[in-house]
Structure formats: structure tokens, C-alpha cells
Write a protein that binds this ligand. Structure first.
Ligand SMILES: NC(=O)CC[C@H](N)C(=O)O
Length: 374
């Protein structure tokens, strides 16, 4: 028997559909993602904390779920909104169907709604706060909850999703033939600030010979320096980068000491802030796996994976920060490098997962920087 579910936006728009997850009420910012695969990686990406994700691809759940595809230890997205979930998944790696996976994790999800209409609405009016409700339905209560959600602007979520304690990471890439992860021999000591890190980033570092120690977001920089790192990595993460003053101060110290530093997504925005630039909230952000980005130095265009709602404001960049990448969708900043320190960062997701691998050479650039910090 199917249960009813509703999605209510703060502007009063109501979508009615079927529950494909747990019963309950969940609120957040509603964002659309245009990737056609990778729903499990999206749902477990900590950068989606306090967001209700709608996927524009109409059939979601086709390949089921496996623990090996989790990007973190739990589902971080606040809920899932899709057009249709196929009755039965089909893939040799699948262990469990998406609706059961969602229910087991207490995640509210809705299907059978017009996701094209919802996406157009978000594109025209900008990202909106919303509430998903399944089981006992009460439209007024859902609308009130959506309107009460304060929005992501000004919200520091990095310290909410980060690890409680430091831990080492050695696992490399997934060997699909063996359906298991392989490791490489470590050459560099890397401290990774966890603002909401995705496992595939850590794997790509480990695979390139990095002996990674993941540390909590608020770890004092003195503790990091005491580990004598060859490089510092700044992870992706949810929320607004601007209020993360502890991270911005720590990064400033790393740059001043000329420690090779590499940031991804939230880490990119935080490097920008540490360098003296400002960030802004975008209208509906970038969430997808087909975003063209130009590498300014080479003129090459790469197809990239993206997931962000904030951006570095290029007009505020100080003289010692160079623009390295730009979005070909809207011209927004996608990468920076410092001219007086070995530090660079990228707005999109070079680790893909899900998405194309065009930007993975940025990990090699970080390794080269540690080999030759100059
Ligand atoms: N994936 C990320 O790291 C996202 C960064 C930031 N929370 C944003 O939305 O822009």
C-alpha cells in the first residue's frame, strides 16, 4: 500500500505524491541536481546537510544501493524528491533497494511529483526553503515548518557535520573487479580538515601516496602544525563558508607558513575568505555532473561535478589571488591560486563521485606541490 507524502515550499506551493522513504517531517533548502546517476553518493554527501534534494533525472533507484557507495557514515541530505522509483533495482553491486535503504535510515522521500515543474520554479525564483512530510499529512504544519527554516545563509554547518575525533585514512580506490578498496604506499603526510569530507576525496589522496590524518573542523592550527604536515587539505562541506571564522583563521596561518594547501568546494570558498576575498549566495547554485568549466591557463574545457550554493565573489579578490577556473554556465568563479604561497582550490568536485573525472589531475597538482613546495 502506498502512503501519501507532500512537499511544501515556503511560497505556499504544495506538491502531492507518494512516500518512498520513512514517515515524518523534514525541512531544508530545496535544491535541484541534474546528475543522472549517483543518488546514493549525493544523499550521503555531508555538503547536502539541511537540503532537500530533487533529482531532475526521472528514474531514480534503478541500480539500488550498496554500502561501498556511501560518501560518509550516514545520509546527510534532509530528504529526497523524485519523479519515479522503479519497482525493482537491477545491478550486480546492489544489496538493497532505494526505498528500503531510505526507510532504514529514517529519511523522508517523495516520488510521483512533477520534478520538472519544481525545478523550473526553483530556477525562476531561486532556491527555496521547504518541508517534506510523509505518513500523517498536515499541510499547514508543513508550511509553517518550511517558513520557520532560517535558510542556509549565515549557517555554519561545518562544525556540525565534522568528525568528533581525528582519524587516519589509508584506503585507496575501489577495484571494481574485486569490489574492494586498494591502498598505496604513503609518501606525504597530509592533514585534512574535515568540514564535511567525502570519502572519495580521501581515497584519491591515499591513492596518490598521501598518509592522511582527518581532523575535526575546529582543530587549532597549532595542533595541525605539530603534525609537521607536507600538505593541508581543506574539504568540502555544507552551509555558508563566511561564518566559519575558526577555519578561516587556521587557513590564513597555513598560507602564511607556505604549507602546500589544496581546497575543494567549501574548502575553496574558505581559502578565498582566508586570502581576503568575500563569498556570496547564488540564486540556485550548481548541482549536477555535467557542468563545463574552463581552465584559464590552458584554455581547456572540462566537464565537472558540482554541488554548491555559495561562490567566491571574483570582484573581491585581492591582488595576490589569481583566477584559475570559471564556470561556462554563468561565468562564476571555479578556482583560485595564490601567487605568493603554494595554495590553490577548486569550486567543483575533482573527486567526482558522482560525475566525470576530467578534473582529477588537480590531486596530482597538490602532490606535485608537496614534492616541490618552492
Ligand atoms: N560541496 C560543498 O562543499 C558546498 C559548499 C557550500 N556549502 C556551498 O553550498 O556552496
Amino acid at each position: 500500500m502506498t502512503e501519501t507524502a507532500i512537499l511544501v515550499l515556503e511560497d505556499g506551493t504544495v506538491f502531492e505524491g507518494e512516500s518512498v522513504g520513512a514517515p515524518g517531517l523534514s525541512v531544508g533548502e530545496v535544491v535541484f541536481n541534474t546528475a543522472i546517476t549517483g543518488y546514493q553518493e549525493v544523499l550521503t554527501d555531508p555538503s547536502y546537510a539541511r537540503q532537500l534534494v530533487t533529482l531532475t533525472y526521472p528514474h531514480i533507484g534503478n541500480t539500488g544501493c550498496t554500502d561501498l557507495d556511501d560518501e560518509a557514515g550516514k545520509v546527510w541530505a534532509s530528504g529526497l524528491i523524485v519523479r519515479n522509483v522503479p519497482r525493482r533495482p537491477s545491478n550486480w553491486r546492489s544489496r538493497i533497494a532505494l526505498p528500503e535503504w531510505l526507510r532504514a535510515r529514517g529519511i523522508v522521500a517523495i516520488s510521483e511529483i512533477d520534478t520538472r515543474k519544481l525545478t523550473r520554479l526553483l530556477r525562476d525564483r531561486g532556491a527555496q526553503n521547504g518541508a517534506l512530510m510523509a505518513g500523517e499529512i498536515d499541510v499547514d504544519r508543513a508550511l509553517e515548518a518550511a517558513r520557520k527554516f532560517p535558510g542556509l545563509k549565515g549557517m555554519d554547518l561545518a562544525k556540525v557535520v565534522t568528525t568528533d575525533a581525528a582519524y587516519p585514512w589509508t584506503e585507496g580506490q575501489l577495484d571494481l573487479d574485486r569490489n574492494a578498496f586498494v591502498s598505496a604506499t604513503p609518501k606525504f603526510r597530509v592533514v585534512a580538515y574535515d568540514f564535511g569530507v567525502k570519502r572519495n576525496i580521501l581515497r584519491m589522496l591515499a591513492e596518490r601516496g598521501c598518509d592522511v590524518t582527518v581532523v575535526p573542523a575546529q582543530t587549532p592550527v597549532a595542533d595541525v602544525l605539530a603534525m609537521r604536515p607536507d600538505g593541508v587539505f581543506l574539504s568540502n562541506g555544507p552551509g555558508d563558508p563566511a561564518p566559519c571564522d575558526y577555519a578561516i583563521a587556521a587557513i590564513r596561518e597555513c598560507i602564511d607558513r607556505k604549507i602546500p594547501t589544496f581546497g575543494i568546494c567549501l574548502g575553496h570558498q574558505l581559502l578565498g575568505l582566508a586570502a581576503g576575498a568575500q563569498t556570496l549566495k547564488m540564486k540556485f547554485g550548481h548541482h549536477g555532473a555535467n557542468h563545463p568549466v574552463i581552465d584559464i591557463d590552458s584554455g581547456r574545457v572540462m566537464i565537472t561535478s558540482q554541488n554548491h550554493g555559495f561562490a567566491v565573489d571574483e570582484t573581491t579578490l585581492p591582488a595576490n589571488v589569481r583566477v584559475t577556473h570559471r564556470s561556462l554556465f554563468d561565468g562564476s568563479n571555479q578556482g583560485i591560486a595564490l601567487t605568493d604561497a603554494p595554495a590553490f582550490s577548486f569550486q567543483g568536485h575533482p573527486e567526482a563521485s558522482p560525475g566525470p573525472h576530467d578534473v582529477s589531475p588537480l590531486f596530482d597538482r597538490f602532490v606535485a606541490m608537496m614534492e616541490n613546495p618552492a
